[in-house]
Write a protein that binds this ligand. Sequence first.
Ligand code: HEC
Ligand code: HEC
Ligand code: HEC
Ligand code: HEC
Length: 136
Amino acid sequence: MKKCSIAVLVALAFAVVAMLGTVAIAQDTKSGKVPDSFKIQDKLFKKHKKSAVEFTHKKHSVDHKLACTECHHVYKDGKNVFKDGDKVQKCAECHTSPKKDQGKMLSLYKAFHTNCRDCHKAAKKGPRKCNECHPK
Ligand code: HEC
Ligand code: HEC
Ligand code: HEC
Ligand code: HEC
């Protein structure tokens, strides 16, 4: 009986380690660790009319071969000077209005749709319809 429960415990321990292993999978960048894939559902949108958007961060930079600067930017004199190694702020830290553009600063709504959807449209690849990014 005792031997049996130890075997069960050992098996459980292995299962937990394996689970943590999959949860912890993250892309190492000079800017820090980023989960390989995550859901975008920013709390700047007080009410979410649409479901969270799955984003394959690692696939975009590694498999789709996109430069960090396709999505991350720090503007200096009108030029994007972001480089891997710089601290990354959330889009909502600069695009602080959920729905209304403020001068040249796009709303968070437009920032995401312009970045994500317009690239897919131009590339004629990747999700372009509402329900392909927002299943509900
Ligand atoms: C390429 C992916 C993509 C497509 C296509 C897309 N969206 Fe989004 N959308 C996003 C992302 C990313 C966000 C930010 C998610 C968040 O923070 O909740 C967002 C946010 C939103 C929000 C604000 C957050 C909320 O849940 O209320 C609404 C409303 C929205 N989208 C509606 C639409 C509609 C309508 C369409 C089709 C005309 C559409 N989206 C197409 C990616 C997409
Ligand atoms: C196709 C778009 C895209 C590409 C390419 C991309 N990222 Fe991101 N990255 C994002 C989005 C979107 C987020 C989530 C931002 C948010 O939640 O506001 C993010 C988040 C991050 C974060 C986590 C920030 C935090 O603390 O929440 C880091 C670090 C990061 N990216 C670094 C990089 C680096 C370095 C590269 C290039 C090797 C890169 N990213 C390429 C879109 C991209
Ligand atoms: C450090 C502040 C900052 C952060 C963080 C930031 N933006 Fe921006 N964003 C700006 C500024 C400033 C502009 C340019 C406004 C102008 O034209 O003068 C801009 C412009 C844009 C534009 C317009 C076209 C372009 O690329 O210049 C898009 C789209 C956009 N941001 C999306 C995003 C997304 C998506 C994220 C998160 C992955 C993000 N931004 C994070 C400050 C920021
Ligand atoms: C600069 C271009 C570009 C930007 C920006 C971009 N994508 Fe993509 N995306 C692609 C390409 C290319 C593919 C691959 C399509 C294929 O091969 O079928 C893709 C595919 C996808 C897929 C399908 C899964 C996968 O990785 O193959 C999802 C989901 C997706 N993108 C969501 C997003 C969201 C959400 C954003 C914004 C946070 C975003 N993308 C920003 C170019 C882009």
